[in-house]
Structure formats: C-alpha cells, structure tokens
Design a binder for this molecule. Structure first.
Ligand code: ATP
Ligand code: MG
Length: 407
C-alpha cells in the first residue's frame, strides 16, 4: 500500500490549556529530532494529533519504528488522505480488503467529525462494508472481534483511511517535566527507574560511581551501553562517571564493616546532590526497591537519605522483581544488565551488612574523618560523556583504529 501520511496520536489527552500546548510543542520537537535523518518528512502537529506527510520514497516502516519509541506517542497509523466522497472511501476500503487472507473477518469503523458530510456514520459503515463484500470473495463481517478494522475518519479537510494502529509508549514527552540525576549502576533496576521517570516527561542526566581497579573498564562499558539504549529512545543523554575509589577505600578504613554499605550510599548521595546543583536538576532518581536487599529497608533509606534534602525518587519502590524484569525486557536493557561485571558496591560489600542501620551510628563512624574534601574532589573530577544512540566507546574505536593501522 502506498501511504501519504502517518498519523500520530497523543497520550495523556486529559491535559488542558497551557499544559496541552507545552505537551504538543515538546512532542513535535522530540519527533522532529528523532526523525531528523528523514529529510523529506513534513510534520504538522495539531492540538489533538500529529500528521506526518511522507513521500513515495519514504521508508514508512523505519519511520514508524522510530515513532513508536517516542515517549508521549500513544499510537501511530500509516494513513491515506483521500477525497471527501463516498466513492473514494469505497475504493480505498476495497483496496485494503483485497490484501486480506481468504476467510478473514473485517469491520468498517467510521468517525465523522465533520457533521456536514451528507451521510450519517452508521449509513457510511454499512455502505462501505457492502462495497467491500461485493468486491471481494472470501471475507465476512465481524463487528466484535474482526481480524481487520478499516478506519474511516471524515474530517473537515478530507477523509483519512487506515487499517493499522501501532501502539507507542504513551506518557508525557521528555522535556516537559524538569530534570533529574539518575543513579545508574549497571544492574537491572536503575535503567528501568530512569525510563519510568522519563515516561513522566522528565529529562535525565545519568551518573555512575566507578572504582577502578576494583571495578573494571568492562563495568563502565556496560553502563555506557545502558545509557546508549536509553538514548535511543530519548536522544543524547549526559553520563557522569564519578571516580569513587578513594572514597570507598577511606570508608573501609574508618567505618565499621557492618556499616560500610550504608556509608557508601550516603557518600554517593552527597555527590549526587552536588551534581544536581551543577546541572540544574531538581531530584535524584535511583532503582531502590523496598526490602530487596540490606541497603533497601526503610531504616536504611532513612539513614542514606539523611544527607540530602533533595527529593529522591524511587519509581520502582513497591514493584515485584518480576515486574521490574518484565519492564527491563520491554525497554531492551535486560540482556545488558545481566552481564556479570561487578559494580563498585559489590566489591566492598561486607558479609553481614546491617539491615536496620541506626543513622546516628553511621554518622559517628563517618565523623572520625572529614569526607567533604574527598567528596568535592570526586565531584570536580567527574568525567562527562554525552551518549548518543550511535555512541561508540573509545575502546571499540581504538580497536577499529588498530585494525586500520594493520591493513
Ligand atoms: P540495580 O539493579 O539498579 O543495581 P539493585 O537492586 O542491584 O539495583 P543496589 O545495588 O543496592 O540495588 O543499588 C540501589 C540503587 O543505588 C541502584 O538502583 C542505583 O540507582 C544506585 N547505585 C548502586 N550502585 C551504583 C553505582 N555504582 N553507580 C550509580 N548508582 C548506583
Ligand atoms: Mg546493583
């Protein structure tokens, strides 16, 4: 089928007034940038939907593959804009139906938003349905569970006709909800947490605590890859790599072994807080989940959270692990997350961490050493990478260069 438009429906249609305008403008901008490699497209965003005009050369499937990943898009359909006549609608409906398998069922669904059109909705449905039956051999009508639904929208400017609706992720367009710092560990949870807030329109800057030589280059590569997978959905993401070795060593020197985990998290939080101020964010996001491990009891969260007054968002707080895994698979990060590279906390994890830390106690342990200078240094020495969807790590580039040198 040769289409001439792609119709994009918005999620969150309940938004009103200025919010709606902001939503539409942001979604249009995000769509434009996601589709920037398709120069021929013309995007027109109305209050309630978007039409993308395509040409005969457009690779419709590739455009739709991109569109269905854009947060804020509820669904998309390749459509044909046809003359506002019954004949044109009949002809096109029949053309759709001719591509269906023998024995398939169909129905015609008419939406008549232009009330001046001379035929009523029901009459249109019946007439177009009859035309399809007359011009095909082995199709029948099923209004309840049809294999195909041919949608005929009679609008002011034209009739739009289509028979496929491809779901998108829904949510609010990224860029409408402020900015957060995402603590990205390389595990299963934190990329999902990032995706959850992005679905509420929030922009993220990712941060990762790296403790070479206790954590390998591979662990860093893994976090870069996870960030790249998220960037594929929302455009470039800044990834801040924090040198954390010095602090971890110092914690191990002065803090009771049962409390090193709590203290590590508190130091991370203090650095995250610095980054929040540096990048103009308003919250920290992490992948914590109530009761999953020792550091994620309520008491533990209290002790960790005590170092900052910045809101800490925990979108996965109450989910089952199974649900989180399902989400990780759906966004495509699961396979990368389960690669076995260690993260900085597992290396220093005590055998028997306290599950209900007393925050006064951890403060007492930490008080024997003034960590503030180290924290400042770690913040100053953050390495920031801008990860695009086609980002190639230096390592890969090195090997490529090497190969080029050899031949
Ligand atoms: P994840 O699967 O995200 O690693 P988890 O269930 O393994 O989560 P923890 O390892 O206890 O839980 O970490 C809890 C949260 O702390 C993580 O979800 C992440 O947001 C943050 N975090 C842990 N380690 C790091 C790290 N090295 N760099 C950045 N954030 C981290
Ligand atoms: Mg982890």
């Amino acid at each position: 089928m040769i289409y001439d438009h792609i119709l994009v429906r918005y999620g969150e249609l309940t938004l009103k007034g200025a919010n709606r305008k902001k939503f539409v403008n942001q979604l249009r901008a995000n769509t434009q940038s996601a589709l920037s490699s398709f120069e021929e497209l013309k995007i027109k965003a109305n209050r309630d939907r978007m039409y993308i005009e395509i040409t005969e050369e457009t690779d419709v499937e590739s455009v739709i593959d991109r569109l269905k990943e854009i947060i804020g898009v509820k669904s998309v359909s390749p459509v044909l804009k046809i003359d506002k006549t019954l004949e044109a609608a009949n002809e096109q409906a029949v053309a759709f139906a001719k591509s269906y398998e023998d024995g398939d069922t169909f129905k015609i669904n008419v939406k008549r938003s232009d009330k001046s059109f001379p035929m009523e909705t029901f009459e249109l449905q019946r007439t177009i349905g009859a035309a399809v039956l007359q011009n095909t051999d082995a199709l029948t009508v099923d209004v309840h569970h049809p294999d195909h639904t041919i949608q005929v929208e009679v609008r002011r400017d034209a009739i739009y006709i289509y028979d496929a609706i491809i779901p998108g992720p829904g949510g609010l367009p990224v860029g409408t909800g402020g900015k957060t710092v995402l603590m990205l560990s390389g595990g299963i949870d934190s990329p999902v947490a990032g995706m959850e807030v992005m679905r509420r329109g929030v922009t993220i800057e990712a941060m990762h605590f790296h403790s070479p030589p206790f954590t390998s280059e591979k662990a860093k590569e893994k976090v870069i890859e996870l960030t790249r997978l998220l960037a594929k959905k929302v455009g470039p993401i800044n990834l801040h790599i924090v040198p954390f070795t010095e602090i971890q060593k110092q914690i191990n020197k002065v803090v009771h072994p049962r409390y090193t985990m709590t203290s590590t998290r508190r130091m991370m939080m203090r650095i995250a807080d610095n980054l929040v101020h540096r990048v103009g964010a308003d919250a920290i996001v992490n992948g914590e989940n109530l009761g999953q491990v020792a550091s994620q009891t309520l008491k533990s969260m209290y002790a960790i959270n005590h170092v900052t007054s910045t809101p800490v968002l925990r979108p996965l707080l109450t989910l089952d692990k199974e649900e989180i895994v399902k989400k990780a698979r759906a966004i495509g990060t699961y396979e990368v997350s389960i690669q076995p590279y260690e993260d900085c906390c597992t290396i220093f994890t005590p055998k028997n961490p306290v599950t209900e830390p007393n925050f006064e106690k951890v403060e007492e342990y930490e008080s024997v050493y003034d960590f503030s200078e180290m924290i400042q240094r770690a913040t100053n020495d953050i390495e920031t990478l801008t990860i695009t969807e086609d980002y190639q790590s230096e390592k890969e580039l090195d090997t490529e260069d090497l190969a080029n040198d050899l031949f």
